[in-house]
Write a protein that binds this ligand. Structure first.
Ligand code: GDP
Length: 300
């Protein structure tokens, strides 16, 4: 078994290849939940949904969020009614969020909610939210301290970030299912996700770092040069005090990686890194990188 630590874009691109080259029952994914948010009364877990929809074969891989060919009738009607729903939620996607919200309100753990939803989507991989309690990435901006989604979706990432914070009522603890998956794995792969908003929230859950000790950990960089392949990782890395590059990513992971993979085009020199073409522009590219990662795990 291999356990992947994932956000909602870069690592899912790698998982798209992995599911073609691995037994799907041998894949566990620990997914970031610090971008979760209640919207219009329902619970969005954007990264969990992307991973679940990918494995279910229904993900919109043009955007890497939402369900392919979804409609937006309820969203448009809500906007007409004056509800400021700042994230465009598709109708089928909303059904998932209604179901999740309902199960959570009935007292189910997010882990069990996710398992139930994955079963209903026919997902064979083991999709695990990093923790069962609420934790939120917030950023300090000229608009004050706002949810990461407010920054990235509502403000389109166009405002400066001074600080990145994680807020919670109780410190997040990795679930026993997450720890068991890591324990049962031959390797842990930190995919090319945003180090600050996707990976650090997972690494910060109590129990994760000790569980990784003694495991073979491979990380793939989301940066080429001083810019991420996509998204706001650069601004977030700078605000969190790291260089926006593969070197900053390597430092952010603070010595937990045994192998660090960076792109062949990346001018940054990371000590003892291995280089491949990490730009997963289509499924074939994802499969190629997945094969290289598997090879490295078998012959480090
Ligand atoms: P989010 O939850 O939507 O922010 O998604 P993730 O955290 O999983 O992934 C975002 C990161 O994926 C960004 O920092 C991108 O640079 C990185 N990324 C996206 N596509 C690719 C790719 O094809 N190759 C690599 N190396 N990184 C990628």
């Amino acid at each position: 078994m291999i356990t992947f630590l994932s956000g909602g874009t870069g690592t899912p691109k790698l998982l798209r290849g992995m599911q073609k080259v691995m037994d799907r029952h041998e894949i566990s994914v620990v997914v970031n939940t610090a971008e979760d948010i209640w919207i219009s009364g329902n619970h969005i877990s954007p990264d969990v949904d992307t991973v679940m929809y990918l494995f279910a074969g229904v993900l919109n891989t043009d955007t890497w969020w939402g369900i392919r060919s979804d409609t937006f009738i309820a969203h448009e009607e809500l906007m007409r009614l004056g509800i400021d729903e700042f994230i465009a939620i598709g109708d089928k996607d909303r059904a998932v969020q209604i179901a999740r919200g309902e199960m959570l309100r009935n007292g189910m753990r997010l882990t069990n909610v996710t398992r139930t939803l994955c079963d209903r989507f026919g997902v064979r991989e083991n999709v695990l939210p990093m923790t069962d309690t609420e934790v939120t990435t917030q950023v300090r901006t000229e608009l004050g301290l706002i949810h990461f989604q407010e920054y990235w979706v509502r403000a389109k990432g166009r405002i400066a970030i001074q600080e990145v914070l994680r807020s919670y009522r109780e410190p997040p603890v990795a679930t026993e299912e997450v720890l068991a998956a890591i324990e049962a794995s031959d390797a842990v792969v930190i995919g090319p996700s945003n180090p600050i908003t996707s990976i650090l929230p997972i690494l910060s859950c109590e129990g994760i770092r000790p569980a990784l000790r003694g495991k073979f950990v491979l990380a793939v960089s989301p940066f080429i040069g001083n810019a991420p392949v996509s998204g706001p990782a650069g601004a977030l890395m700078t605000a969190a005090g790291f260089e926006p590059s593969s070197i900053g990513t390597f430092n952010c992971y603070d010595g937990i990686t045994d192998v660090f993979v960076q792109d062949v085009r990346d001018p940054a020199e990371v000590p003892r890194s291995v280089r491949f073409d990490t730009l997963m522009v289509d499924e074939d590219k994802s499969v190629e990188l997945a094969k290289e990662v598997l090879r490295l795990i078998k012959n480090p």
